[in-house]
Design a binder for this molecule. Structure first.
Ligand code: TYD
Length: 205
């Protein structure tokens, strides 16, 4: 049986990854692959409830509590959606995953990176993406694209979002084999050409 793949998409709010994931899904399905789409936070089922709290709860949420909620959602996504599909030979495309926690809670909120990595490992039970694509855009473009209606995370401020962006670039520098950076400011078509290139290389491995 053909081996499944786990591909994750990362980047700042408004970086365009959700559009690209849909293009990738169509492209892979047309090439005959079985594709499963999922996201964090908010995978189908319990994840949707956790997402609701994370993005809309308007009381105090401590940084550690926020991290555990993202991690709880991740564990559920891995156990109930990602692993079963990859084991059946499918290609799983996931909108945000471990690197969001490193970038947002680690670099952004300032929580200890080593601890976050350990907790991520607990949440994923050792599953590592075969490929991670980071869509890089500057914070001004990101905030413009998000617009005025901001959720709890998007309202965290320019400095926070600059730390998140730099966090992603650091992650890519530290793990160049797994994590590839694509310039998210180019047009949808051009970005997709670059994405397709990365996906095809991973398929050929
Ligand atoms: P979402 O609406 O999914 O953002 P986007 O469409 O840009 O992906 O909201 C997810 C928000 O949660 C986003 O601001 C990033 C944040 N987040 C974290 O802070 N840590 C995490 O571990 C994850 C998965 C997401």
């Amino acid at each position: 049986m053909q081996k499944g793949l786990f591909i994750t998409f990362e980047g700042a709010d408004g970086c365009g990854k959700t559009t690209q994931i849909k293009l990738v899904k169509d492209y892979l399905e047309k090439s005959g692959y079985e594709v499963v789409l999922t996201r964090e936070p908010g995978a189908k089922g319990l994840g949707e409830k956790i997402r609701e709290i994370l993005l809309n709860y308007d009381g105090i949420v401590s940084d550690r509590c926020e991290s555990f909620l993202f991690l709880a959602d991740r564990a559920q996504n891995i156990d109930t959606i990602v692993n079963p599909a990859v084991e059946k030979g499918k290609i799983v495309l996931c909108d945000r995953h471990i690197d969001s926690t490193v970038a947002y809670q680690g670099y952004g909120r300032g929580l200890d990176l080593k601890r976050i990595n350990k907790l991520n490992l607990l949440a994923t039970d050792g599953r590592v993406p075969d490929l991670t694509i980071v869509f890089d855009i500057d914070v001004e473009t990101s905030m413009q694209r998000v617009g005025k209606e901001k959720d709890r995370m998007e309202s965290a401020g320019i400095e926070f979002h600059n730390r998140v962006r730099n966090g992603y670039l650091e992650i890519a520098k530290n793990e160049p084999e797994r994590v590839k950076v694509v310039d998210g400011r180019e047009g949808i078509e051009k970005v997709f050409e670059n994405v397709k290139d990365l996906i095809n290389k991973t398929l050929q491995k």
